[in-house]
Design a protein around this ligand. Structure first.
Ligand SMILES: [Zn+2]
Length: 464
């Protein structure tokens, strides 16, 4: 099985240049003008005028997530299809054990749930409590190639960790050579605010946002950074939403602490005004942390430019309006989560490259694919256009004029928070493992996604 992509516009050292890419057996075999191969035996794609990027790596998705409001509205089959149509060919989801369950058993259960994926996938593993066996379980996960561990400082009544447990997890992960990823929100402070709003009869989605003010995030970010420094543990802060949090992250990075930050498309392009209105208009925007101010949007874009934020994950976790309605009379019961898995590239191109002077293709490739692959131990197999990398590529057509954001979803949820947004260009063609799987935005061929095991955290990881 081999293929030649002619006239591909690729980003090299910050510059767009035109080249040819020769693919064999699912890998990139040669990159350069006019490779000496016999065109008669080879499928050829003329990519003239298209930008060719590495397939996206989304480091933060929740597919088929079990919640009190039922499963999130995308399973591994439908979610991976949406990802693929949007140019993402690798996802990292989560393993969340129930209390008393070993991380390793929960990992095996979760692996079995993901077999419907049509793109490659891996998992972060979440210790939701500290038990005598937790350190050993972390070691076993790492030996098996699952090298990142997600901790929650929010949700103290279910999966959240108290400070002492969090510190022990960080010490164990550091010792075993992994990385901790952290949901930073002060759970107790938030619970107090939530309950007091509810007691005052303030029950609408607006109070979801007001009960999670920016300082509940930034105080948790500060705390997580301090604990990680003490434990000498690499730290990756998920879904950073506020300018205050960025200040702590920037400071730690200046001190040469291994701290990475992710933000999500919704924190870049939407703001708190979405919480003004009736339940049916506002419930869709309930996610944690909540949407912030326009000044936070701007601070996050600037932090991407300054390389304080390294990745864009979608935190994809859609629910239908009917599921969100569990909290119609009590915002505390609205399932948290929004879609985004298929929109990352479109939004970054349209709202970043087309509108900003401080965001270019080089940065797009870094936050969309290369940096998450590096941080989570799958580079250069993923996230790179290099000889030997997997032949996962997106051919983006920038000539498509402004239009409604293409609907990538194959699921029936009615809560797409981006539906009023216009974007430019489309991921016209996607190659996965060297085969054309998406053409003109439609999945034309399905391959079976593979479970990716990942390398240890590389202390030299330099992200760009
Ligand atoms: Zn999440």
């Amino acid at each position: 099985m081999h293929m030649l992509i002619k006239n591909a516009g690729i980003v090299t050292n910050g510059k767009l240049e035109t080249t040819d890419i020769y693919i064999r057996d699912g890998k990139l075999e040669r990159i350069g003008k006019n490779p000496e191969i016999s065109l008669t035996t080879c499928n050829t794609i003329d990519a003239g005028g298209l930008i060719v990027l590495p397939g996206g790596v989304d480091p933060h998705v929740h597919l088929h997530l079990n919640t009190p409001a039922g499963y999130s509205a995308d399973d591994f089959r439908t979610g991976s299809e949406a990802a693929l149509r949007g140019g993402t060919t690798t996802i990292i989801d989560f393993v969340t054990p129930h209390k008393g369950q070993s991380l390793v058993d929960a990992l095996d259960e979760r692996i079995a749930e993901a077999t419907g994926s049509i793109i490659d996938y891996s998992f972060h593993v979440s210790p939701v409590e500290w038990r005598t066996t937790t350190a050993k379980e972390i070691e076993t996960c790492i030996e098996r190639g699952f090298t990142s561990f997600k901790v929650y400082m929010a949700y103290q009544d279910s999966i959240g960790l108290k400070e002492d447990a969090l510190f022990k997890v960080m010490q164990s992960v550091a010792k075993a050579g992994g990385i901790v990823t952290a949901h930073c929100e002060m759970g107790d402070a938030i619970d107090n605010l939530r309950n007091s709003y509810f007691r005052e009869g303030k029950v609408s989605p607006l109070y979801h946002a007001l009960s999670r003010p920016p300082e509940t995030e930034s105080n948790a970010v500060k705390k997580a950074i301090e604990l990680a420094a003490k434990a000498s543990c690499p730290l990756y802060i998920v879904h950073v939403s506020s300018a205050e949090s960025l200040q702590h992250i920037r400071k730690a990075q200046l001190n040469n602490q291994k701290v990475f930050a992710e933000t999500c498309p919704h924190y870049l392009v939407l703001n708190e005004s979405e919480y003004q209105g009736a339940f049916d208009q506002t419930a869709a925007f309930v996610m944690s942390p909540p949407l912030r101010k326009k000044t936070d949007n701007e601070a996050l874009w600037e932090a991407i430019h300054a390389k304080v934020v390294q990745t864009i994950g979608t935190d994809h976790c859609p629910f239908t309006l009917s599921q969100k309605s569990a909290g119609r009379n009590d915002f505390r019961k609205i399932p948290n989560g929004v879609p985004g898995i298929g929109h990352r590239l479109n939004l970054l191109y349209s709202k970043g490259i087309c509108l900003r002077n401080d965001f270019d293709f080089d940065q797009l490739v870094n936050v969309f694919a290369t940096n998450p692959a590096k941080i989570f131990g799958i580079y250069p197999q993923k996230g790179a256009i290099e000889v030997g990398s997997d032949a996962d590529l997106v051919l983006y057509n920038i000539r498509i004029p402004e239009q409604d954001l293409p609907d990538t979803s194959s699921s029936q949820y009615d809560t797409d928070i981006y539906k009023t947004i216009k974007t430019k260009g489309i991921p016209e063609m996607v190659l996965f493992r060297g085969e054309v799987v998406v053409d003109k935005g439609i999945v034309i061929h399905q391959l079976k996604g593979r479970l990716l095991t990942r390398g240890l955290f590389d202390n030299k990881t330099g992200c760009h």
